[in-house]
Ligand binder design. Structure first.
Ligand SMILES: [Zn+2]
Length: 324
Protein backbone atom coordinates (compact mmCIF):
# COMPACT_ATOMS: atom_id res chain seq x y z
CA UNK A 1 0.00 0.00 0.00
CA UNK A 2 1.33 3.39 -0.94
CA UNK A 3 1.41 5.53 2.13
CA UNK A 4 2.59 9.08 1.81
CA UNK A 5 3.73 10.83 4.96
CA UNK A 6 3.23 14.51 4.67
CA UNK A 7 5.02 17.05 6.71
CA UNK A 8 2.32 19.56 7.50
CA UNK A 9 4.60 22.13 9.08
CA UNK A 10 2.82 25.35 9.89
CA UNK A 11 4.80 28.50 10.39
CA UNK A 12 3.15 30.29 13.23
CA UNK A 13 3.18 34.06 13.45
CA UNK A 14 5.04 35.49 16.44
CA UNK A 15 1.97 37.14 17.86
CA UNK A 16 0.02 33.89 17.64
CA UNK A 17 2.88 32.06 19.37
CA UNK A 18 2.69 34.53 22.25
CA UNK A 19 -1.03 33.90 22.59
CA UNK A 20 -0.40 30.17 22.52
CA UNK A 21 2.36 30.45 25.14
CA UNK A 22 0.02 32.28 27.42
CA UNK A 23 -3.05 30.17 26.84
CA UNK A 24 -2.03 26.71 25.69
CA UNK A 25 1.57 26.06 26.69
CA UNK A 26 1.34 22.38 25.80
CA UNK A 27 -0.37 23.01 22.50
CA UNK A 28 2.60 25.12 21.45
CA UNK A 29 4.67 21.95 21.15
CA UNK A 30 2.39 20.88 18.32
CA UNK A 31 2.22 24.33 16.79
CA UNK A 32 6.02 24.63 16.56
CA UNK A 33 6.73 21.11 15.36
CA UNK A 34 6.16 19.55 11.99
CA UNK A 35 3.02 17.45 12.22
CA UNK A 36 3.28 14.11 10.45
CA UNK A 37 0.00 13.05 8.88
CA UNK A 38 -0.92 9.84 7.12
CA UNK A 39 -4.15 9.44 5.15
CA UNK A 40 -5.75 6.11 4.25
CA UNK A 41 -6.85 5.91 1.48
CA UNK A 42 -5.36 8.87 -0.38
CA UNK A 43 -8.04 8.70 -3.08
CA UNK A 44 -11.34 7.91 -1.33
CA UNK A 45 -14.49 7.55 -3.39
CA UNK A 46 -17.61 9.54 -2.68
CA UNK A 47 -19.24 8.19 0.48
CA UNK A 48 -16.15 6.40 1.79
CA UNK A 49 -14.47 6.79 5.19
CA UNK A 50 -10.91 8.08 5.51
CA UNK A 51 -8.56 7.46 8.42
CA UNK A 52 -6.13 10.19 9.45
CA UNK A 53 -3.11 9.32 11.63
CA UNK A 54 -1.08 12.04 13.30
CA UNK A 55 2.23 11.99 15.12
CA UNK A 56 4.33 15.00 16.06
CA UNK A 57 8.01 14.80 15.14
CA UNK A 58 10.47 14.19 17.96
CA UNK A 59 9.73 13.86 21.64
CA UNK A 60 6.36 15.28 22.52
CA UNK A 61 4.45 15.57 25.71
CA UNK A 62 1.01 14.08 25.67
CA UNK A 63 -1.13 17.04 24.80
CA UNK A 64 -4.70 16.98 25.91
CA UNK A 65 -7.26 19.12 24.19
CA UNK A 66 -9.50 19.04 21.23
CA UNK A 67 -7.91 17.88 17.97
CA UNK A 68 -10.15 17.70 14.92
CA UNK A 69 -9.80 16.65 11.29
CA UNK A 70 -11.94 18.74 8.94
CA UNK A 71 -12.64 17.91 5.28
CA UNK A 72 -12.64 21.16 3.27
CA UNK A 73 -13.48 21.48 -0.43
CA UNK A 74 -11.84 23.81 -2.95
CA UNK A 75 -14.53 26.42 -2.25
CA UNK A 76 -13.43 26.50 1.39
CA UNK A 77 -16.59 24.80 2.65
CA UNK A 78 -16.19 22.55 5.70
CA UNK A 79 -17.92 19.31 4.64
CA UNK A 80 -17.36 16.93 7.56
CA UNK A 81 -15.25 16.81 10.70
CA UNK A 82 -14.22 14.26 13.31
CA UNK A 83 -12.39 14.31 16.63
CA UNK A 84 -9.05 12.55 17.15
CA UNK A 85 -8.65 9.72 19.65
CA UNK A 86 -5.56 7.89 20.92
CA UNK A 87 -4.63 4.53 19.34
CA UNK A 88 -1.77 2.32 20.58
CA UNK A 89 -0.15 0.99 17.42
CA UNK A 90 2.71 -1.32 18.56
CA UNK A 91 3.94 -3.46 21.45
CA UNK A 92 6.21 -0.68 22.67
CA UNK A 93 3.11 1.36 23.40
CA UNK A 94 3.57 3.91 20.61
CA UNK A 95 0.41 5.98 20.42
CA UNK A 96 -0.91 7.93 17.46
CA UNK A 97 -3.78 10.32 17.34
CA UNK A 98 -6.32 8.99 14.86
CA UNK A 99 -9.49 10.45 13.35
CA UNK A 100 -12.02 8.70 11.12
CA UNK A 101 -14.15 10.93 8.96
CA UNK A 102 -16.48 10.50 6.03
CA UNK A 103 -16.41 11.89 2.52
CA UNK A 104 -20.10 12.76 1.97
CA UNK A 105 -21.73 11.01 -0.99
CA UNK A 106 -22.98 14.46 -2.02
CA UNK A 107 -19.48 16.04 -2.16
CA UNK A 108 -17.99 17.31 -5.42
CA UNK A 109 -15.33 14.91 -6.80
CA UNK A 110 -11.80 16.25 -7.24
CA UNK A 111 -9.30 18.04 -5.02
CA UNK A 112 -9.97 18.61 -1.34
CA UNK A 113 -8.00 19.08 1.86
CA UNK A 114 -8.13 17.59 5.33
CA UNK A 115 -7.11 20.24 7.82
CA UNK A 116 -6.03 19.25 11.32
CA UNK A 117 -7.04 21.73 13.99
CA UNK A 118 -6.26 22.06 17.68
CA UNK A 119 -8.55 24.22 19.79
CA UNK A 120 -9.97 25.51 16.49
CA UNK A 121 -6.61 26.61 15.02
CA UNK A 122 -4.97 24.85 12.02
CA UNK A 123 -1.80 22.84 12.77
CA UNK A 124 -1.50 20.74 9.63
CA UNK A 125 -3.12 19.74 6.37
CA UNK A 126 -3.02 16.97 3.83
CA UNK A 127 -4.30 17.00 0.24
CA UNK A 128 -6.58 14.32 -1.11
CA UNK A 129 -8.48 13.54 -4.28
CA UNK A 130 -12.11 12.50 -4.05
CA UNK A 131 -12.89 9.91 -6.71
CA UNK A 132 -16.21 10.05 -8.51
CA UNK A 133 -18.75 7.25 -8.66
CA UNK A 134 -22.28 6.88 -9.92
CA UNK A 135 -25.32 6.32 -7.75
CA UNK A 136 -28.59 4.60 -8.63
CA UNK A 137 -31.74 6.69 -9.09
CA UNK A 138 -35.01 5.11 -8.00
CA UNK A 139 -38.65 6.00 -7.46
CA UNK A 140 -40.67 4.50 -4.61
CA UNK A 141 -44.45 4.78 -4.44
CA UNK A 142 -45.73 4.86 -0.87
CA UNK A 143 -49.17 3.69 0.28
CA UNK A 144 -51.31 5.73 2.69
CA UNK A 145 -49.65 4.28 5.81
CA UNK A 146 -46.10 4.96 4.64
CA UNK A 147 -47.09 8.36 3.25
CA UNK A 148 -48.47 9.29 6.68
CA UNK A 149 -45.29 8.03 8.36
CA UNK A 150 -43.18 10.46 6.30
CA UNK A 151 -45.49 13.45 6.10
CA UNK A 152 -47.60 13.80 9.26
CA UNK A 153 -45.80 15.81 11.97
CA UNK A 154 -45.48 13.83 15.18
CA UNK A 155 -43.76 15.01 18.40
CA UNK A 156 -42.80 11.38 19.15
CA UNK A 157 -40.98 11.15 15.79
CA UNK A 158 -39.14 14.40 16.54
CA UNK A 159 -38.14 13.15 20.00
CA UNK A 160 -36.89 9.85 18.57
CA UNK A 161 -34.90 11.70 15.94
CA UNK A 162 -33.13 13.86 18.51
CA UNK A 163 -32.26 10.78 20.61
CA UNK A 164 -30.76 9.09 17.54
CA UNK A 165 -28.75 12.16 16.53
CA UNK A 166 -27.52 12.51 20.12
CA UNK A 167 -26.12 8.96 19.87
CA UNK A 168 -24.54 9.01 16.41
CA UNK A 169 -22.95 12.46 16.83
CA UNK A 170 -21.16 11.38 20.01
CA UNK A 171 -17.44 10.59 19.76
CA UNK A 172 -16.43 8.20 22.51
CA UNK A 173 -12.92 6.98 23.30
CA UNK A 174 -13.29 3.20 23.11
CA UNK A 175 -11.74 1.19 20.27
CA UNK A 176 -13.82 -1.99 20.23
CA UNK A 177 -12.62 -3.24 16.82
CA UNK A 178 -9.96 -2.59 14.20
CA UNK A 179 -12.02 -4.05 11.33
CA UNK A 180 -12.63 -5.17 8.69
CA UNK A 181 -16.37 -5.54 9.25
CA UNK A 182 -18.53 -8.40 7.95
CA UNK A 183 -21.96 -8.16 6.30
CA UNK A 184 -24.88 -8.53 8.78
CA UNK A 185 -26.71 -11.20 6.72
CA UNK A 186 -25.41 -14.04 4.57
CA UNK A 187 -27.65 -13.06 1.64
CA UNK A 188 -26.13 -10.92 -1.11
CA UNK A 189 -29.51 -9.93 -2.56
CA UNK A 190 -29.64 -6.15 -2.41
CA UNK A 191 -32.82 -4.25 -3.17
CA UNK A 192 -31.36 -0.75 -2.59
CA UNK A 193 -27.81 0.51 -2.50
CA UNK A 194 -25.82 3.06 -0.54
CA UNK A 195 -26.28 6.58 -1.87
CA UNK A 196 -29.33 5.84 -4.06
CA UNK A 197 -31.01 9.07 -5.15
CA UNK A 198 -34.63 8.43 -4.22
CA UNK A 199 -37.92 10.03 -5.14
CA UNK A 200 -40.77 9.12 -2.79
CA UNK A 201 -44.20 9.41 -4.45
CA UNK A 202 -47.00 10.01 -1.97
CA UNK A 203 -50.63 8.93 -2.38
CA UNK A 204 -51.75 12.51 -3.14
CA UNK A 205 -49.34 12.70 -6.11
CA UNK A 206 -46.78 14.92 -4.41
CA UNK A 207 -43.19 13.79 -4.03
CA UNK A 208 -40.02 14.25 -1.98
CA UNK A 209 -36.39 13.45 -2.68
CA UNK A 210 -33.96 11.75 -0.37
CA UNK A 211 -30.66 9.87 -0.38
CA UNK A 212 -30.54 6.27 0.80
CA UNK A 213 -28.15 6.21 3.76
CA UNK A 214 -27.42 2.48 3.81
CA UNK A 215 -27.80 -0.87 2.04
CA UNK A 216 -31.11 -2.77 1.86
CA UNK A 217 -30.90 -6.56 1.83
CA UNK A 218 -34.04 -8.18 0.42
CA UNK A 219 -34.28 -11.03 2.92
CA UNK A 220 -37.45 -12.79 4.19
CA UNK A 221 -38.95 -11.97 7.57
CA UNK A 222 -37.15 -13.92 10.31
CA UNK A 223 -33.67 -13.89 8.74
CA UNK A 224 -30.87 -13.77 11.34
CA UNK A 225 -29.24 -10.31 11.55
CA UNK A 226 -25.75 -10.30 13.07
CA UNK A 227 -23.40 -7.62 14.33
CA UNK A 228 -20.91 -6.54 11.66
CA UNK A 229 -18.11 -6.11 14.23
CA UNK A 230 -17.31 -5.98 17.95
CA UNK A 231 -18.93 -3.17 19.85
CA UNK A 232 -21.45 -1.99 22.41
CA UNK A 233 -25.23 -1.83 21.92
CA UNK A 234 -26.16 1.83 22.34
CA UNK A 235 -29.77 1.60 21.11
CA UNK A 236 -32.16 -1.38 20.92
CA UNK A 237 -35.77 -0.23 20.75
CA UNK A 238 -38.79 0.42 18.56
CA UNK A 239 -38.85 3.68 16.58
CA UNK A 240 -41.74 5.03 14.51
CA UNK A 241 -39.95 5.43 11.16
CA UNK A 242 -37.22 2.76 11.37
CA UNK A 243 -39.23 0.17 13.32
CA UNK A 244 -37.35 -2.17 15.67
CA UNK A 245 -33.85 -0.71 15.54
CA UNK A 246 -30.40 -1.58 16.87
CA UNK A 247 -27.33 0.68 16.93
CA UNK A 248 -23.84 -0.60 17.79
CA UNK A 249 -20.89 1.65 18.69
CA UNK A 250 -17.64 0.25 17.23
CA UNK A 251 -15.10 3.06 17.33
CA UNK A 252 -15.05 6.69 18.40
CA UNK A 253 -17.76 8.23 16.20
CA UNK A 254 -18.39 5.02 14.20
CA UNK A 255 -21.78 3.28 14.54
CA UNK A 256 -23.63 0.54 12.64
CA UNK A 257 -27.44 0.68 12.42
CA UNK A 258 -29.94 -2.12 11.71
CA UNK A 259 -33.56 -1.16 10.90
CA UNK A 260 -37.03 -2.69 10.40
CA UNK A 261 -36.28 -5.79 12.53
CA UNK A 262 -39.16 -8.13 13.31
CA UNK A 263 -37.62 -8.91 16.67
CA UNK A 264 -34.70 -7.52 18.73
CA UNK A 265 -32.43 -10.03 20.51
CA UNK A 266 -30.02 -7.70 22.38
CA UNK A 267 -30.32 -5.12 25.13
CA UNK A 268 -28.90 -1.61 25.32
CA UNK A 269 -25.56 -1.47 27.12
CA UNK A 270 -24.42 -5.02 26.30
CA UNK A 271 -21.25 -5.89 24.40
CA UNK A 272 -21.40 -7.83 21.14
CA UNK A 273 -18.85 -9.69 19.05
CA UNK A 274 -18.67 -9.99 15.27
CA UNK A 275 -21.58 -12.27 14.33
CA UNK A 276 -23.59 -11.86 17.55
CA UNK A 277 -27.31 -12.28 16.79
CA UNK A 278 -28.96 -8.84 17.04
CA UNK A 279 -32.42 -9.90 15.96
CA UNK A 280 -34.45 -11.08 12.98
CA UNK A 281 -35.29 -9.09 9.89
CA UNK A 282 -38.81 -7.84 9.26
CA UNK A 283 -40.81 -4.93 7.90
CA UNK A 284 -41.48 -2.76 10.97
CA UNK A 285 -41.59 1.03 10.55
CA UNK A 286 -41.50 2.64 7.10
CA UNK A 287 -41.00 -0.40 4.86
CA UNK A 288 -42.65 -1.55 1.65
CA UNK A 289 -41.75 -5.18 2.40
CA UNK A 290 -39.46 -7.34 4.56
CA UNK A 291 -35.81 -6.30 4.31
CA UNK A 292 -32.81 -5.36 6.42
CA UNK A 293 -31.58 -1.76 6.21
CA UNK A 294 -27.89 -1.68 7.25
CA UNK A 295 -26.21 1.66 7.68
CA UNK A 296 -22.89 2.97 9.03
CA UNK A 297 -22.46 6.47 10.42
CA UNK A 298 -19.14 8.22 10.87
CA UNK A 299 -19.29 11.36 13.02
CA UNK A 300 -22.98 11.53 12.06
CA UNK A 301 -22.42 11.24 8.28
CA UNK A 302 -23.79 8.26 6.34
CA UNK A 303 -20.92 6.24 4.91
CA UNK A 304 -20.63 3.34 2.45
CA UNK A 305 -20.78 0.08 4.50
CA UNK A 306 -18.90 -1.81 1.76
CA UNK A 307 -15.81 0.31 2.45
CA UNK A 308 -15.69 -1.10 6.01
CA UNK A 309 -15.96 -4.68 4.71
CA UNK A 310 -13.21 -4.36 2.10
CA UNK A 311 -10.43 -3.17 4.44
CA UNK A 312 -9.65 -2.63 8.13
CA UNK A 313 -10.62 0.88 9.11
CA UNK A 314 -7.71 0.98 11.60
CA UNK A 315 -4.72 -0.63 9.84
CA UNK A 316 -1.98 -0.16 12.46
CA UNK A 317 0.91 -1.12 10.14
CA UNK A 318 -0.27 1.29 7.48
CA UNK A 319 -0.83 4.05 10.04
CA UNK A 320 2.77 3.58 11.20
CA UNK A 321 3.99 3.63 7.60
CA UNK A 322 5.47 0.12 7.99
CA UNK A 323 3.94 -1.13 4.77
CA UNK A 324 6.12 1.04 2.55
ZN1 LIG B 1 -32.98 1.22 3.50
Amino acid sequence: MMIKWVIGAYLVKKSWVLVLVQCFGAALLYAQSPVKLVLIPEHPRLGEPVTVGMAAAGEQEDVTGLFQAVLINTQGQRLTKASFFNLTVDKEGTSLKVAILAVPCTARPGSAVIQVEHQGGPIGRIDLTIENRTFVSEEISLDQGNTDLRTIPDPQKTAESSILWGIISRTGTEVYTLGPFTAPVSSTRRTSFFGDRRIFRYVDGSQASSIHAGIDYGVPRGTAVRSCAEGRVVLARSRIVTGNSVIIEHLPGVYSLYYHLDHIAVQEGTMVRTGTLLGESGATGLATGPHLHWEIRVAGENTDPDAFVSRPILDKAALLGNSN
